[in-house]
Design a protein around this ligand. Structure first.
Ligand SMILES: *Cc1c(COP(=O)(O)O)cnc(C)c1O
Length: 417
């Protein structure tokens, strides 16, 4: 995508993800069922030996209904990819067995040995570990971690001709820093660097590709699945990157095999049409909680991009799709690990406000102490650098129950602190 089309799209921003999804091709089932069929077979036959030969030469393919083997391409997974691409506004998308396999495949596609990545210092723990330990040790791909808010620092860290990827999360985990996607993309593209954005925290809310990013990755395990019952991921982007990842000789999808099960692809496909409604519910409920919490205790250290005092409040507002909000995750800094644990114990066991657990996007509220759970692989210094205090409690806000019922559960637990 060239810069010009990006700018036009930012200005118009006409088609919001839910509309794009509704406008996308609807796959009917084999017998005109209103849901698509599941293509469960892992291998496919051909009408004759010539057709088989031509399939292997790449002369015919999915466009003419010809498939070879499901690690390469499966029609059900391809259909789910079409939905995800429509949602993200990218040319194409492909789905994988996990968010981590989507992320690691993208790095292995875009970086060669000796390559260099510039990444935000606040990242999902697994992504941080991949860049800190695995990629340098196994592939000689090194990373410079930067403060993603400091555009000058980001610019300086990218080495023209050596850096191939700028990597960050649209809304960071767990510190909820919002990245300036249009500006970061401009800086990176000026140096020939590809921009890869993890949009797990903000599906539907933000469309990073429309704001200038080249590739968008997702952990489907979170909001997109919505039931905390599936591990899955997706890579969204232009065909010249995503389709290349299935190349039989060089592609990480094909050669490392992070393949999604088509039965799972079917299951996820049915949840995407109500993702928009769910995201709005999560966002609205989160905003209501933080507003009430600030009233309840003005000294409470609440972190949420929906609050006016959040440093990227207006930035998020300017980038986000209409009628969503500021995300379904907020944090409270209880200052010490002891107080964080006490609050979570009371909220789960005394008042049934939510469950202690990592992950996010579930319909019930999930709470975790990031420093000692999802980000425990960072050492003390790295946590300090990333702004993860030991008492930080992350709430992934659920939407079940009435607000009044849930708020009374919260205040009951909080009054016992
Ligand atoms: C959970 C998560 C991942 C990893 O995804 P899995 O599906 O668990 O492999 C990556 N990035 C972010 C922001 C996440 O929250």
């Amino acid at each position: 995508m060239d810069r010009k089309t990006v700018n036009v799209e930012i200005e118009s921003k006409k088609e919001v993800p839910a509309e794009a999804l509704a406008a996308a091709r609807h796959e009917l089932g084999e017998h005109n069922g209103i849901n698509m069929s599941i293509e469960a077979s892992n291998t496919f036959t051909f009408k004759d030996s010539d057709a088989m030969n031509r399939a292997f030469l790449g002369e015919v393919g999915p466009k003419t209904g010809i498939y070879i083997y499901s690690r390469h391409l499966n029609p059900t997974i391809l259909n789910l990819g079409r939905q995800i691409a429509a949602m993200e506004g990218t040319e194409t998308a492909y789905c994988t067995a996990s968010g981590m396999s989507a992320i690691s495949s993208v790095f292995l596609q875009l970086c060669n040995t000796g390559g260099h990545v510039v990444a935000a210092k606040t990242l999902y723990g697994g992504s941080h570990a991949l860049l800190t330990h695995f990629l340098p040790q196994k592939c000689n791909i090194t990373t410079t971690f930067v403060d993603i808010v400091d555009l000058e620092e980001v610019d300086k860290a990218m080495i023209e001709g050596k850096t191939s990827v700028l990597y960050f999360e649209s809304i960071s985990n767990p510190t909820l820093i919002v990245a300036n996607i249009p500006e970061l993309s401009k800086i990176a593209h000026a140096k020939g660097v590809k921009v890869v954005v993890d949009n797990t925290f903000a599906p539907m809310i933000l469309s990073p590709a429309k704001l200038g990013a080249d590739v968008v990755v997702h952990s489907i395990s979170k909001y997109i699945s919505g039931e905390a019952d599936i591990i899955a991921g997706a890579v969204c982007g232009p065909a010249d990157i995503v389709d290349q990842m299935r190349d039989p000789h060089e592609g990480p999808f094909m050669l490392l095999g992070p393949t999604m099960n088509p039965k799972l692809a079917f299951e996820i496909s049915g949840r995407i049409p109500h993702l928009s409604m769910r995201m709005k519910k999560h966002c609205k409920r989160a905003m209501k909680y933080v507003t009430k919490m600030k009233e309840l205790d003005p000294n409470l250290d609440v972190l949420y991009p929906g609050l006016k005092e959040h440093p990227q409040h207006s930035l998020l507002k300017s980038m986000s799709n209409k009628d969503y909000g500021f995300g379904g995750v907020f944090c409270i800094d209880m200052k010490t690990e002891g107080r964080a644990y006490r609050l979570m114990d009371k909220l789960q066991n005394n008042s049934k406000f939510g469950f202690m657990g990592v992950s996010l996007g579930y319909y019930e509220t999930l709470m975790s102490c990031s420093s000692s759970s999802t980000n425990s692989m960072l050492d003390t210094k790295e946590k300090e650098r990333a702004g993860i205090s030991p008492g930080l409690v992350r709430f992934s806000v659920g939407y079940v129950g009435t607000f009044e019922q849930k708020w009374s559960q919260f205040t009951r637990a909080y009054s016992e602190m």
